[in-house]
Design a protein around this ligand. Structure first.
Ligand SMILES: *Cc1c(COP(=O)(O)O)cnc(C)c1O
Length: 312
């Protein structure tokens, strides 16, 4: 068995097999987590919310002074080409821009040559569809999320030691994954997912200290269509324990019921009606047009920077 999943990558302007995708050990993306990234998924041959992911990726890069060496339509073309070459109908497609390396190894980040990387690998799940009935067991960790005044959480980033240590905490408590607080009694998020609570038919999700997930945004739009009220506001840890329903949202799995929190169950421990209706609507939206989804084949293959098939 290969040490890598199957897939295709694009590094320094060239397509290659995922196992051959390599960068310098001197890249500050690796040495300092100095990078931003985004992940979009492909479901049944269609990208889901691609425009929203590209918007967030380009905005993130700008916020942290990184220059993406490709225009927006070139990035879309590269991602589509990756999915084609990998031959996947369902894929997890990641784009990354790292600070790169300073040719003189100066300590000035402005001297570094930023590096764009992208890859397509098989769809990655936090919770597989067949586990949906059971739901996710999460534990609230003692570890607080990195404060938003330190690292801007709206820039999707690899500062994950708080989340990873939280996962070890959660494993110790017999849970599958963790949710972190802000250290002042409010819910933030988990490793790669946002959190929602449902109480008396009303839905709320933390407003501050979290990544503005694209799945979170999609869930809010779909709940609006369902005439369910949804608020972005501070959500206290007690609300998590006292909720009628809790669910998580992520590109890696969509809308996922959370049925256990630390030692207790959420209500009766079964996925609730709002969560179940939302899951159905979420997957149905994967065939909608109007910015919801686009066939990989319909993405224009543009850009002088994009090598022709067969170049790699
Ligand atoms: C990616 C991510 C999410 C989920 O965002 P989506 O755009 O819905 O995939 C939530 N929190 C963190 C920390 C993330 O990195």
């Amino acid at each position: 068995m290969s040490a890598y999943p199957p897939g295709c990558a694009f590094v320094d302007g060239t397509f290659c097999a995922i196992a051959d995708a390599k960068i310098s050990v001197l890249d500050w993306g690796f040495l300092r987590s100095d990078a931003t990234y985004d992940v979009v998924h492909v479901w049944q041959g269609r990208f889901f919310r691609l425009d929203a992911h590209l918007d967030r990726f380009l905005a993130s890069a700008e916020k942290i002074h990184l220059t993406v060496p490709h225009a927006r339509d070139e990035i879309a073309a590269i991602l589509a080409e990756l999915v084609d070459r990998a031959g996947f109908d369902e894929a997890y497609v990641e784009m990354i821009i790292t600070r790169g390396v300073s040719p003189t190894f100066s300590r000035d980040p402005r001297d570094a040559i930023n590096r764009f990387i992208a890859f397509a690998i098989p769809f990655g799940w936090i919770l597989r569809p067949e586990e949906r009935q059971e739901g996710l067991a999460v534990a609230v960790s003692e570890i607080a999320r990195i404060p938003p005044d330190s690292v801007d959480p709206t820039v999707k980033n690899y500062h994950w030691l708080d989340l990873v240590m939280g996962m070890y905490d959660a494993y110790g408590q017999g849970a599958r994954t963790c949710v972190l607080s802000d250290g002042a009694g409010n819910v933030t998020e988990g490793p790669g997912f946002n959190i929602f609570v449902v109480k008396d038919g009303k839905v709320a999700t933390p407003e501050r200290g979290v990544l503005q997930g694209i799945t979170r945004q999609a869930a809010m739009l779909l709940l609006g269509e369902m005439d369910v009220s949804v608020a972005e506001r501070a959500v206290m840890l007690e609300e998590l324990h006292g909720a009628d329903e809790v669910f998580a949202t992520s590109t890696a799995g969509g809308v996922m019921p959370v049925t256990r929190i630390s030692a207790g169950t959420v209500a009766d421990g079964k996925p609730g009606p709002v969560t179940r209706a939302l899951i159905e609507r979420y997957w149905d939206a994967h065939t909608r047009g109007d910015g919801w989804s686009i066939a990989v084949a319909d993405i224009p293959r543009v850009g002088a920077a994009l090598p022709k098939p067969g170049d790699a």
